[in-house]
Design a protein around this ligand. Structure first.
Ligand SMILES: O=C(O)CC1=CCC(=O)O1
Length: 88
């Protein structure tokens, strides 16, 4: 996810959006759906791993992100690798 919040957005609106994003992210981490979130070094971007039932569930989750209007999201579906010891 690349975050691109317009520079001229009201600072209070920006602060509120970021706080809501953080709360939603925390909620989904606690439910186990948002498994990892990593900062991309030197960028206002993250790489996240989600564990959801299907594409529709992921779409709904992403659509509800408070920052959604300001995100560029690239989705890469992942499957377990047969050589992953954790899958055995
Ligand atoms: O800061 C970001 O990368 C955007 C974001 C996603 C969840 C969160 O708390 O911030």
């Amino acid at each position: 996810m690349d975050v691109d919040i317009p520079r001229d957005l009201d600072p209070e609106v920006r602060q509120e959006l970021v706080a809501r994003e953080k709360a939603y992210c925390r909620e989904l981490q606690e439910s186990g759906e948002w498994v990892h979130i990593w900062r991309c070094v030197g960028q206002y971007a993250n790489i996240s791993v989600f564990d959801v039932a299907d594409n529709e569930a992921l779409h709904a989750l992403l659509w509800r992100l408070p920052l959604f209007p300001y995100l560029r999201i690239e989705v890469t579906p992942l499957a377990r690798h047969p050589s992953d010891l954790a899958a055995a």
